[in-house]
Design a protein around this ligand. Structure first.
Ligand SMILES: Nc1ncnc2c1ncn2[C@@H]1O[C@H](COP(=O)(O)OP(=O)(O)OP(=O)(O)O)[C@@H](O)[C@H]1O
Ligand SMILES: [Mg+2]
Length: 310
């Protein structure tokens, strides 16, 4: 497992990472969320031993990233911010080079390279210099080098940034398939990605850990959690009847009163009572579903110091 203990990074008088402590266990996919400049990349750089902490420490499966750095790095794969690599190499040369650095030789080296080339669909660009690749392909090369040695720990800084929707889907699938016995730490600004791949989410702002919870529990903090979204073809009297229903806290309407969001009182479940009301009145329904909650609302409220219920 990974243990992060009172991790702090100062750049001159500025504190970029402020006393972070947490542990991550195998099988967990941890997502770092936070505004620009929150300290996510700096934390990842310290976890991977790329940057020395000002104070505090990180151990990866018992290896301290400062005084046992090589052992710690052997079992980690890292996609740094911006996916830097050697621009004048081709992906094939670069990946063969990385595989060699990771200690593979001969047939095993070739097999490793082929596996990641297939996983990241790099065949069409294998012999073009990395400098001339599109942004998304550069990132895919960066991901390929991070997983080439099948590491126990993967640290991926914005892994799907710049990828097209098909590749985003592929990379998320890849992370999900990888994660069974591994520790995966990703950072992202795409909140739906957190719900899609992470088992745990941390919101960081100003270098401090604000929230550490499951994505589902975070969504449940949204004011939309448990609300019913309803679109009718005729509005006649619906708003009044819904407002009068037991367990309804409030109803918001738009689109000539045809689109409704019905908010429950705390703990109330509105699906069945509203369903009954719809049938009783024989209202024609376009849309009817229960909201899980909006992670972006929760994120904004937490990182701007506001109220989730606003
Ligand atoms: N080498 C450095 N020298 C001085 N300040 C730095 C250095 N590296 C990072 N910082 C500062 O530390 C803070 C945290 O930066 P970091 O890159 O970790 O943020 P982030 O959460 O990854 O943001 P983003 O979402 O934009 O990627 C920022 O204010 C940044 O300017
Ligand atoms: Mg960053």
């Amino acid at each position: 497992m990974i243990t992060v203990d009172k991790l702090t990074k100062q750049f001159g008088p500025f504190t970029a990472v402020d006393d972070l402590s947490f542990t991550v266990n195998p099988g967990e996919v941890l997502g770092f969320l936070g505004p620009n400049g929150a300290g996510k990349s700096t934390t990842m750089k310290m976890i991977t031993g790329f940057l020395a902490p000002s104070s505090g420490q990180v151990t990866v499966y018992g290896h301290n990233t400062l005084d046992d750095s090589l052992k710690a790095r052997e079992i980690m794969g890292y996609l740094p911010e911006g996916a830097p690599s050697y621009g004048d190499m081709t992906p094939l040369k670069f990946l063969r080079f990385i595989a060699e650095v990771r200690g593979f030789r001969g047939k095993e080296l070739t097999r490793r390279v082929q596996t990641v080339v297939d996983a990241l669909q790099l065949t069409s660009v294998l012999n073009q210099t990395i400098d001339t690749l599109s942004k998304g392909f550069k990132r895919r090369v960066g991901l390929a080098q991070a997983i080439i040695h099948d590491p126990k720990v993967l640290v991926l800084d914005e892994p799907t940034d710049g990828l097209d929707p098909n590749q985003k889907h592929e990379v998320r699938k890849l992370i999900q398939n990888l994660s069974k016995d591994k520790i995966v730490i990703i950072s992202t600004h795409i909140l739906e990605e957190v719900t899609a791949v992470c088992t745990r989410a941390m919101i960081i702002a100003g270098g401090k850990l604000l929230v550490d919870d499951t994505p589902q529990a975070l969504e449940a903090r949204s004011r939309f959690h448990g609300a019913i979204r309803l679109t009718l073809t005729h509005a006649g009297g619906a708003l009044e009847q819904l407002q009068a229903l037991d367990g309804v806290k409030s109803v918001e309407s738009s689109g000539n009163g045809l689109s409704l969001i019905i908010f429950p009182e705390t703990g109330a479940s509105l699906f069945l009572p509203i369903n009954d009301l719809l049938q009783k009145n024989n209202w024609e329904v376009h849309e009817f579903h229960v909201e899980k909650g909006k992670l972006d609302d929760v994120f904004r409220a937490i990182t701007s110091g506001g109220d989730i219920n606003e």
